[in-house]
Design a protein around this ligand. Structure first.
Ligand SMILES: [Zn+2]
Length: 274
């Protein structure tokens, strides 16, 4: 594993290009779809490496982050004044928190360049955007390294796709919480997993994205088109359960979904469940 820590604060595009991200897909395919958390091994396991072509490495992460910031800020301007449409006070708090960590990260000097170092426990920091091929998934967050991975073709012009950023930002908010409250060895053990999920947290992250979509799209969630059938299926299935069933039934559905995808399940104290 190369260490780019000396470039931590560099925004030199050449440095950015040097960071050819590679991916392994065994874990990714197993872990499957969207919006889930996963460990760093997903990025660096080099058993099934697919190096990006020169053309692909010219992918302009900086430009992509600018586009994301523009589109997500626009979404915030639409959603936040209409937050009263969200029935649950808890969800309103979570949506605000997701937009807040996003806003705060705009001035994070490390947002474009990842040091590849574990971020010391107890420190919140911001997060670094990483773009890579994610085997059909849109997004993933790793708290230990504070990286928010987005698919190279992440399209912020699609509000359905953009909602996955809101999902991951909810994990950022939760990680800030864990970093203050969970013993370090427990925290480390949690993030050492390949594909980990706290079910209540996943349910909340999905609810955040659905409430945002509901404000943005009204009741048209059942015909959302993002350009990815898997994404559309995930959102419509989740929406059907979230808006039509009670919270516990929704959480059960989320749990079933994550278990089927092979996630290691943890409780809200980051202790493994069964
Ligand atoms: Zn998630």
């Amino acid at each position: 594993m190369k260490n780019y820590s000396e470039n931590r604060f560099s925004s030199d595009p050449v440095d950015l290009l040097r960071r050819k991200l590679i991916f392994s897909s065994a874990a990714v395919i197993l872990a499957s779809l969207l919006g889930v958390k996963g460990s760093i091994q997903d990025v660096f396991a080099d058993d099934r490496v697919a190096s990006l072509s020169e053309e692909e490495t010219a992918f302009n992460a900086e430009k992509k982050i600018d586009e994301i910031e523009t589109e997500f800020s626009r979404l915030a301007e639409t959603v936040l004044p209409q937050l009263n449409k969200v029935k649950s006070e808890k969800m309103r708090v979570m949506i605000r928190a997701a937009f807040e960590v996003f806003e705060k990260n705009k001035t994070n000097p490390a947002k474009k360049s990842w040091s590849q170092e574990i971020v010391p426990y107890g420190k919140e920091n911001g997060f670094t955007y990483i773009f890579c091929d994610m085997g059909g998934r849109s997004s993933m967050f790793n708290g230990a390294y504070r990286i928010l991975k987005l698919s190279s073709d992440f399209n912020p012009a699609s509000v359905g796709i953009l909602s996955f950023l809101a999902h991951e930002l909810t994990h950022v908010v939760k990680d800030n919480h864990y970093r203050r409250t969970v013993p370090e060895h427990v925290y480390r053990a949690y993030w050492s997993g390949d594909f980990v999920a706290v079910i209540s947290e996943e349910a909340e992250a999905i609810a955040v994205q659905l409430e945002i979509l509901n404000i943005e799209m009204g009741d048209k969630l059942d015909c959302i088109k993002t350009g990815s059938d898997r994404t559309d299926k995930f959102l419509t299935e989740m929406a059907e359960h979230y808006f039509n069933k009670d919270w516990n039934s929704f959480v059960s559905f989320v749990e079933k979904w994550y278990r089927e995808k092979g996630a290691q399940i943890f409780n809200a104290d980051l202790m493994p469940v069964e």
